[in-house]
Design a protein around this ligand. Sequence first.
Ligand code: AMP
Ligand code: ZN
Length: 471
Amino acid sequence: MSIQIYNTLSKTKEDFVPLEEGKVKMYVCGPTVYNYIHIGNARPMIVFDTVRRYLEHKGYEVNYVSNFTDVDDKIIKKALEEGVDSEVISQRFIEECKKDMASLNVKPATTHPLATQEIDGMKDMINELLEKGHAYVASDGTVYFRTRSFAQYGKLSHKNLDDLRGGNRSLLVTGEEQKEDPLDFVLWKPKKEGEPSWESPWCDGRPGWHIECSVMSRRYLGEEIDIHAGGEDLIFPHHENEIAQSEAANGKPFAKYWMHNAFLNIDNRKMSKSAGNFFTVREILAQYDPQVLRFFMLSAHYRSPLNFSAELMEAAKNGYERICNCVDQLNYLSGQAKGDSLDEKEAAALQEASGYEEKFDAAMEDDFNTADAISVIFELVKFANTHASEGSSKAFLEALKKEVVALSDICGLIVERKAEMLDEEVEALIAERQAARKRKDFARADQIRKELLDQGIVLEDTREGVRWKRA
Ligand code: AMP
Ligand code: ZN
């Protein structure tokens, strides 16, 4: 069976056939970095990281590109409030975003381009669009895309140009009277006082948002790519405009498959700062293990709306722990196991257990149905819990554990807890360190301190002796 992907372009599930055998070129629109990322932003990150992991599991080499939008009105506003350069704000929140991604076990992209580092490429593409008659320069130096020059405009959002025009009279806002048509959108705009800007043949200014992704995608992945993804709010106008720009400039289809995740709501309401129902990932991670948040995100299909609430997070915590407890138990039994080799009954049980992997793959191949895939992990956990016992062989227990860990790992879920150092072991190491210091072997003493720190144990030398705590 091949992987089926729901393509927003065709509104159907299609067989996944990559442009180049064994390789996948994938672009995911990344966040605008003016604050800590919120839990809504974490949904596409986790969902598409899981798509990537599954493709890699199937042996594809995935070139995964995800940008940071580091020039934008919101960043400029925040920089003005703090009295610093925009770059200070964007750099700070890129670093913070990367920390959140690492906590959530989201793999770093192959390339994480920054919009401000790609201005030359954007000017090149704008020039190409001007030369081909798909863009024009207004009297104040603004460059617009001539939307009606791209006949297929609307094909992704399934909107009709004339309906768009009729329903969007408000598109013509003050200052944009110079547009030939209300549907035209900005490729380059003149600078305003105090804003970051770049020189260009049209005016000193900065790029529009949409051109950024068309350019970064072309630079790092080529003119034609396999998968382009993001949240469903990006379908129109962002992705529709990306298609218009890229296909008008390159004369080729842009992305083969367009994937969009549905939104995350909080307590059944749209997440909104002003309504007071808004959480950053950082706030949630102060309360929950990041793996619980990842589990929660994958517990629904990515195209279904997902509701965030304390009850559902508790349910996610229980679900996640059920898997971890199974692995703990298998580890414990394996440590105690007497026999080393499989008996006939165990060999038959392992044969049966391998069926879960096929079932897991079938769920993932049905448009990445992680909800069903996680149910299969639960079935496997139940199977392991019933079949593993004190009489099991080490080989059997290890094989079961390997299977549970492997399927969880494809979802990016870390289910094997690091064994915590026992208090007696900590005390013994501290005593050894004291002895090392007494004989002036400071290298050994430092090594022990570091060893403990790696286990999350912090030492404090006081007058009364050494105190320690778990960080
Ligand atoms: P932004 O920084 O607003 O451009 O968003 C970055 C990514 O997060 C985009 O793919 C958005 O579609 C996605 N996103 C924003 N809010 C939500 C939400 N509440 N639920 C799911 N995805 C979201
Ligand atoms: Zn984009």
